[in-house]
Design a protein around this ligand. Sequence first.
Ligand SMILES: [Ca+2]
Ligand SMILES: [Ca+2]
Length: 171
Amino acid sequence: MVIPQYCQCAISHKVSSQLLSKRGSHLDQQSYKQNQANRMRCLATLLVCVALCWDGLNAVCPEPTAVTDVNGVKLCARFFEDADLVYADSCKGKSMDIYPGEDVPNIPLAWNNRVSSLVVSSRCSLTVWDHYWKEGTKKKFGGGIVYRLREVRKGLIGDWNNDISGYLCNC
Ligand SMILES: [Ca+2]
Ligand SMILES: [Ca+2]
């Protein structure tokens, strides 16, 4: 598990405040109060970190060699509605399973212009279009993880985030 930097900060603060409290008997009351306040702040930060890390655990992109549905059936790809600046936290939100051979010129409305990260199974390929009926711009992905479709250029100034409107997936 990757621990975000701010969590590492919180953990080291926690340790230093514990060290400080061991020497607490020699400190005056003001320092003691400050120490207590620091400890409360650290506790609050740690709780936030636990929540974030938990969220992160639920959002790790699957390995391209092991993209399967809930029944263990091999998938061609999986779409995710959200992405994250931190790659380890990407592949978030709702997901959609794509099976080998799926040829869908019009993605279901609920998923139109919504995919933000995706994983294509090893030895499979996914072709996507930015308009319905396989029109507009086309892009082909080989097996691998696309942590952020925002980082996949489309033309000179565009990108593929929230833009997929049709797809074809083959293995
Ligand atoms: Ca999205
Ligand atoms: Ca589109």
